[in-house]
Design a protein around this ligand. Sequence first.
Ligand code: MN
Length: 491
Amino acid sequence: MAMKDYEFWFVVGSQLLYGPEVLETVDTRAKEMADKMNAGGLLPCKMVYKLTAKSPEEIGKLVKDANYDDRCAGVIMWMHTFSPSKMWINGLKELQKPYCHFATQYNREIPNDEIDMDFMNLNQAAHGDREHGFIGARLRMKRKVIAGYWQDEDVQKRLGSWMRAAVGAAFSKTLKVMRFGDNMRNVAVTEGDKVETQTKLGWQVNTWPVGTLVEYISAVTDAETEALMRELDEKYEIRTDRLENVRYQAKAEIAIKKMLDQEGCKAYTNTFEDLYGMEQLPGLASQRLMEQGYGYGGEGDWKVSAMTAVIKAMSEGLTGGTTFMEDYTYDLTKGREYSLGAHMLEVCPSVAAAKPRIEVHPLGIGGKADPARLVFEGREGPAIVVSLIDMGGRLRLICQDIECVKPIYEMPNLPVARVMWKAMPDLLTGAEAWITAGGAHHTVLTYDITAEQMSDWANMMDIEFVHITKDTKIEALEHDLFLADLAWKLK
Ligand code: MN
């Protein structure tokens, strides 16, 4: 499902105490609020007003309907009047969708002359939302609390941002990952418990033979290949005479895409150690597939592949870019300390600052023909890098704030796409924090999704979240990790 196909159900709390007139007003206003917020253009998905809740039966039914409806990616609740929250307990206990408590108010100002006790009885969100907040806390509900005036742009943006995280949660629950070959031999961080991961995140991670992919590549027709070659020529600058090597990547792209689509997979992995029967490691092919929204992870890293797909689903329609990434090397010159990120080949061109070039160069490992790849520099601007690791018994999502810069060197002999960034709080403390938390060398780098959205997503999936920011101090981080270890053992 695309972003626009998802709905968020708006449920407004009240009770029967105030008489039908108040309830009619609440109902009319809730409709108006949903209509106006939808028309504002800041919500990526439709907000559907469903109900003014007055009884446990109504709430119970609504929750069952929400759980059952695939289009419903979350519920947004707001208490227009006081709504005694014992009537919410049974329903909330059954809720399986992400839940946002939107603490707002119909009117912005207190009307000085008009305010009387009727006004107070109708407009008591400040009081009703506290009763509702208590029951959320008391039930230990996973929820997002957003407080603000519903007509304000920044408030609608926050709601929209949370919606994207919830779409990431819905996407996760149906995500299938295709593996060609196993993880790279002896590597630890790309391993993980696939049963535990599926239980928590929903990801179905399974393997397919490289030999089947080889058959699919052989079956690609000349007409299909030439059509894609024309597209490549229009979209990128072809800076090589070795068009046969480019053609092989075009065939690999068509073949991998066919297999992914037939199996309903939105992400895949491969490894240079298992390319039996293939002429090249897919480089250009993997870059192009990422650009089309598929997740990818090198060296059999299915966790980073799935995370790339999830973040791409969350950021649908945004234009900053999201890619599989790897920390490669540092510039430790004092005063301009940067990380240089790249991969052997596979960086998504959605992050390119200018038109990418198709080039053909030797790879050095894998023992195959020289692969065609897209070469470019990543764009400047704030971004995050994200790594999901398996701690044994639980998953930890690590997120670091970074500031991408124009690469400070031209690096004419480096034949791969590259991004250069300053890690927060600074390169060395940032590296110490990342290494202390156990973050992988593989990450997802995104300019479109924020750390708050990743935190929301981790909360929805019920996994640990570690955020390295401009304010991170190693001692405090170590303390947090120690406490988290204890807390997650108790859960
Ligand atoms: Mn790698």
